[in-house]
Design a protein around this ligand. Structure first.
Ligand SMILES: NC(=O)c1ccc[n+]([C@@H]2O[C@H](COP(=O)([O-])OP(=O)(O)OC[C@H]3O[C@@H](n4cnc5c(N)ncnc54)[C@H](O)[C@@H]3O)[C@@H](O)[C@H]2O)c1
Length: 314
C-alpha cells in the first residue's frame, strides 16, 4: 500500500502499532486510541518523527471520528477491550468499546466516504465446535461477552455494506502474538506471558491440563492480511491464522527451547469463557485475498523472543 490515507483505531495497541509501523513509511497514518489498554510507548517514535498523527480519544466519540476519518481511504478498526476474562468481569465496558465503538466507526466511515473498513474480529466468535478446523460458514456460538461483541461487530459490518454500500471486511484473528504484546497485565495473552516467565526463570501458568489447542498467528502475517483486505474488492468474513493446531503444553516446550531455559509450568484452574480447541481453515482467505501465513510458529517465536530480550536490556 502506498500514498493512502489510513486511520488505525486502537493503533497504540499491540496489533494496531505493528500495522501503523508498517504503513507509516509510505502512507499518511492517523491513530485513534483512548490508551485504555494500549501504550503510547508502542508508537512514540513514529509520532515524534511525524510519521504518524495521534488522536487521543474513544471510538465511541462520533464527532472525533468524523474529524479523524475526513479524507481517509481506509479505516483499519482494531480498537476493542480484547480479553475474554476481562469481558466476563466487566461486560458493559467490553460492550461499549466493542459494539457501540464499532457502530460509531461504521457511521463515521460511511459519512466520510471511506473506501473500506477492515474490522478486527476474533476466532472467539466460533465458541466450542465439534468439527475442526473452524470454517467461516459454521454457525458461531460465542461463549463470552467479548466474543459476542466481536460477532455483533461483524453483523454491523455486513449490514453497513448491504444498506449503505460501505465496503467492509471482518478478519477473524486466531491467537495473534509478536513484538509489543503486553506480557505483564493480569489479562496477558499466553505467548508473551510464557516468554516473560521463561526469561525470568519463573513457572509458566497453564489454565487446565495444557492439552487445549490454539492456532497461533504471527503479527506480521496479520498486518499483511489487513493490507490485502483493504486493497481487495471483497467483503465478508475471513479467518486469519497460522493454520496449525498447537497445544499450550507444546507452546511451553518450544518457548523453553528457544529461550534456553528449563521448562517449568504451573497448572491452574481452567478459565470460564475459554474454548478447548481452536484451529482455523484459512482456505477462504487464501483463495479470495491471496493470504498465506509466511511465519511458522517457531520462526515467529524466535523473532518475538529476540524482541523481548532487546527490550529487557533497554
Ligand atoms: N491479540 C489477539 O490475539 C487477538 C485475537 C483476535 C482478535 N483480536 C482483536 O484485535 C484487535 C487488537 O487487539 P490487540 O491484541 O492489539 O489488543 P490491544 O489491547 O493491545 O489493542 C487494543 C487497542 O484499542 C484501544 N482501545 C480500547 N478501547 C478503545 C476505545 N473505546 N476507543 C479507542 N481506542 C480504544 C486500546 O487502548 C488499545 O490500544 C482487537 O479488536 C481485538 O479484539 C486480537
Amino acid at each position: 500500500m502506498k500514498n493512502k490515507k489510513v486511520v488505525v483505531t486502537g493503533g497504540a495497541g499491540f496489533i494496531g502499532a505493528n500495522i501503523s509501523e508498517t504503513l507509516c513509511c509510505s502512507n499518511e497514518v492517523t491513530i485513534v486510541d483512548d490508551l485504555s489498554t494500549g501504550r503510547i510507548s508502542n508508537v512514540l517514535e513514529f509520532i515524534e518523527s511525524k510519521k504518524v498523527k495521534f488522536v487521543k480519544g474513544s471510538v465511541t466519540d462520533l464527532s472525533l471520528l468524523k474529524e479523524a476519518f475526513n479524507g481517509a481511504d481506509f479505516v483499519l478498526h482494531q480498537a476493542a477491550i480484547p480479553s475474554v476474562p476481562r469481558s466476563v468481569l466487566d461486560p458493559i465496558k467490553t460492550n461499549e468499546a466493542g459494539i457501540t465503538g464499532t457502530l460509531c466507526v461504521l457511521v463515521a466511515a460511511r459519512d466520510c466516504g471511506v473506501k473500506k473498513v477492515v474490522y478486527a474480529s476474533s476466532s472467539s466468535v466460533y465458541g466450542e465446535m465439534s468439527t475442526l478446523p473452524k470454517r467461516e460458514d459454521m454457525e458461531p456460538k460465542p461463549m463470552s461477552p467479548y466474543a459476542l461483541t466481536k460477532l455483533a461487530g461483524e453483523h454491523y459490518c455486513r449490514i453497513f455494506t448491504e444498506l449503505y454500500g460501505l465496503k467492509t471486511v471482518a478478519l477473524r484473528y486466531f491467537n495473534v502474538y509478536g513484538p509489543r504484546q503486553d506480557p505483564v497485565s493480569e489479562y496477558a495473552a499466553v505467548v508473551p506471558k510464557f516468554i516473560d516467565c521463561a526469561l525470568k526463570g519463573e513457572a509458566m501458568p497453564i489454565y487446565g491440563d495444557g492439552y487445549q489447542t490454539r492456532d497461533f498467528t504471527y503479527v506480521k502475517d496479520v498486518v499483511r492480511a489487513n493490507i490485502l483486505a483493504a486493497e481487495s474488492e471483497v467483503t465478508g468474513v475471513y479467518n486469519i491464522a497460522g493454520g496449525k493446531k498447537v497445544s499450550i503444553f507444546e507452546l511451553a516446550r518450544i518457548v523453553s527451547e528457544i529461550t534456553g531455559s528449563e521448562m517449568r509450568v504451573q497448572f491452574l484452574e481452567p478459565r470460564t469463557g475459554d474454548v478447548r480447541e481452536s484451529w482455523a481453515d484459512i482456505s477462504k482467505a487464501k483463495r479470495d485475498l491471496g493470504f498465506e501465513p509466511k511465519y511458522s510458529l517457531r520462526a515467529g517465536l524466535e523473532e518475538t523472543i529476540k524482541w523481548f530480550k532487546c527490550r529487557e536490556r533497554e
